[in-house]
Design a protein. Structure first.
Length: 690
């Protein structure tokens, strides 16, 4: 009977659709290394053919070496990525594509590709031109390398025509400034791009080919396929080993040198220098490396200001600090809105860290404060309909609420962000919004626009949770929100980091900051200077045909005026200051786009700066091409996306096991359930008519 057949088919679809969705969401998974047949493949995988009929190997291997040199407040990093084609079949040519993170403030300016004894130096080009040069070289059988900017903290390396058994190394160099916060210097080297939540409807971009990520491009994240590298299941063991060493020349006698993320070896060297290395020879690329160091008691930094003369221009870099004040001050009533991420990517250690941090924050509220708690995943939930006064009952209710929180679902930040910024506090209260999240989202630009449009009188403070948060989003959101960004990498850090944040929240900031005495032609970044918080300075970069011998930094502490003089004479010279200034200017131009500036004008300005200073940007890329053709044009090269590890502490099943964070997967489950219901109804109708 056709009706019975249709009923059975629909019911089968209803039962299998969730499983189909599960398989699709797990397409980022990988299989064990070694030879295998197609019968061994149970899900989407990237394989390389071998010379043995019916046998396959995994995609090319990758390992990385990181060497960081720190002088004062400036760090120079050389990242070497080695791509290996494991195949022994002479016809198995490969192209490796690797999506990886860098610090969001990194100024990437050098690329070298090495094959055997041959070294090819990369050149900076407009992005479209660099891509064309790379594709042409690939088609002609030449070895080529391409480094592209996807986000300020996400890059892609492509390496064409890796011969069977070949090793190709790609060296990337970048420069950045270290961070200083409440007496401690720190530097972070990110190792993995976490799985991003991608909202929106899938689309096809006619003007650009899709990337090889696990997510399609969407109307809300048009480049989603380029920022979603495939992930290997943790049960199958880590991949992408990393070696890392640091040469630390702080410029002052150093006290403690520590890493909260990895076990390290520290060796004292001459002139108060330190050599730092990972205790293990190799570590998997699944956990951001964090290094901190503090001055010995009684010593402070002696080299926080630098200059460089380049092409008849003078560049300067100096650290601007707020006035230190630990004197008791009358507490200011606050309206504190706490927002906690309970999405699937927070499952495991991250949600426990976030809950611990939130409970500490609740314990610091005073009777003159008001507060509320918001949680978000696929939906947004608010504890109280409006902010409540702090008393035993409201705090007890909030503590019970936080204790019961579980992590699952998608990362729909937008509704929670709008709700948190909504509302006007009493004129007697300072409104502070504290966001606890890993920030693993792809729609950063949409969220930045929301912060600018809805901030009002609020201050937005972000707390990055987990081993590999989206630091670009977290730092920039806090910057637009006139607040600060704090990273909590492990549960053991919660109290120390939250105490440091409370130190800022509970003390007046230096506001209306300005630099006086500069020629109008001098370009300064950031401009305007953001609010300064206790213990957290801002690094200011200047460029001009000449700089004055001194300048005055002024602002307000509460209602009281404040100023200090900065001497610009006799500053130590240092190469790379111009590069850091250029990176700051590019960031400022990108901010202008976010504020609605015409893209054509800012694009031209960014190109001028990036090309002049040899920097990778949204509109420029580094490309290196060997002039020797090595691959026969009749032997195609297979493209392979290099697998990445899941960030340490994240729960794979909570993210990929069910389609909790992918709209397309959710839609398939809904359709499957509807099909099952229709099947059952048709079956009953058939039985009743019989």
């Amino acid at each position: 009977n056709p009706l019975i057949v249709l009923t059975l088919v629909l019911s089968l679809i209803g039962l299998l659709s969730p499983l189909f969705a599960l398989g699709q969401e797990s397409a980022a998974d990988e299989i064990n290394t070694g030879l295998m047949t197609l019968k061994d493949v149970t899900h989407g995988s990237l394989l390389v053919k071998t010379g043995e009929a019916g046998s396959y190997r995994p995609a090319p291997l990758l390992k990385s070496d990181v060497r960081i040199s720190i002088t004062g407040t400036i760090a120079r990093t050389r990242l070497t990525q080695e791509f290996t084609n494991q195949s022994v079949d002479k016809d198995d040519w490969a192209e490796g594509i690797y999506v990886f993170p860098l610090p969001e403030t990194a100024a990437v300016d050098h690329l070298r590709m090495t094959v055997g004894e041959r070294t090819i130096v990369g050149e900076i080009r407009e992005r479209a031109e660099a891509k064309r040069i790379y594709e042409q070289a690939k088609q002609e059988g030449k070895r080529a390398g391409l480094v592209e900017h996807e986000r300020p903290n996400v890059f892609t390396t492509s390496v064409a025509n890796i011969a069977p058994g070949d090793r190709i190394t790609v060296e990337i160099e970048y420069q950045e400034t270290v961070r200083y916060d409440v007496g401690t210097y720190s530097l972070k080297f990110p190792m993995v791009v976490g799985p991003r939540y991608i909202p929106g409807t899938p689309i096809v971009m006619e003007d650009q080919p899709p990337g090889r990520g696990w997510s399609p491009d969407t109307n809300r994240v048009p480049d989603a396929s380029r920022i979603t590298p495939p992930f290997r299941h943790p049960d199958r063991g880590p991949i992408n080993p990393v070696t890392l060493t640091v040469e630390l020349a702080a410029g002052f006698p150093v006290g403690k040198v520590e890493s909260s993320s990895h076990d390290i070896i520290t060796i004292a060297d001459r002139d108060d220098r330190r050599q730092v290395a990972l205790r293990q020879d190799h570590v998997p690329a699944n956990n951001d490396f964090i290094l901190t160091w503090t001055p010995e008691a009684g010593h402070g930094p002696t080299a926080t200001l630098y200059t460089e003369v380049r092409d008849r221009d003078t560049y300067a870099l100096f650290m601007l600090s707020p006035p230190s004040s630990d004197q008791p001050l009358p507490p200011l009533p606050r309206e504190a809105i706490f927002v906690i991420d309970t999405s699937g990517s927070m499952a495991g250690a991250s949600i426990e860290q976030a809950k611990s941090a939130l409970l500490l924050a609740l314990g610091r509220l005073t009777a003159q404060d008001r507060f509320n708690v918001i949680q978000f995943n696929s939906a947004t939930h608010v504890l109280f309909s409006e902010p409540q006064p702090v008393n035993v009952q409201t705090v007890r209710t909030a503590i019970h609420y936080v204790d019961q929180l579980l992590a699952n679902g998608g990362t729909e930040i937008l509704p929670a962000l709008k709700l948190a910024l909504k509302g006007i506090p009493p004129p007697t209260h300072l409104r502070q919004v504290v966001f606890l999240t890993d920030g693993q989202v792809g729609n950063e630009e949409e969220l930045f626009r929301t912060i600018r449009g809805h901030l009002g009188a609020s201050r937005l403070f972000t707390i990055g949770i987990g081993s590999a948060p989206n630091s670009h989003f977290m730092r920039k959101a806090a910057e637009f929100g006139r607040g600060t960004f704090t990273h909590i990498a492990s549960t053991s850090e919660v109290k120390r980091q939250m105490d440091a944040l409370f130190h800022k929240l509970e003390r007046p900031v230096l506001t209306d900051v300005r630099v006086e005495g500069l020629d109008p032609a001098v370009e300064m970044f950031p401009s305007p200077i953001p609010d300064l918080y206790a213990g957290e300075p801002v690094v200011v970069a200047l460029k001009g045909s000449s700089l004055p011998p001194s300048l005055v930094v002024a602002g307000s502490v509460g209602s009281m005026p404040w100023n200090t003089a900065v001497d610009l004479t006799g500053l130590p010279a240092r190469q790379g200051i111009a590069t850091l200034w250029a990176r700051r200017k590019i960031e400022a131009l990108m901010d202008q786009q976010r504020y609605g500036e015409d893209e054509s004008g800012t694009r031209r300005a960014i190109l001028d700066v990036a090309l002049a200073h040899h920097l990778v940007s949204k509109y420029t890329s580094l490309v290196a091409v060997d002039q020797e053709s090595v691959r026969p044009t009749n032997k195609p090269a297979t493209a392979h996306s290099i697998m990445t590890n899941l960030p340490e502490g994240q729960d794979y099943e909570a993210i990929f096991g069910l389609p909790r964070t992918a709209t397309s997967g959710q839609l398939r489950i809904v359709l499957g359930m509807l099909a099952a219901v229709v099947g059952v109804l048709l079956w009953r109708a058939r039985n009743q008519s019989a």
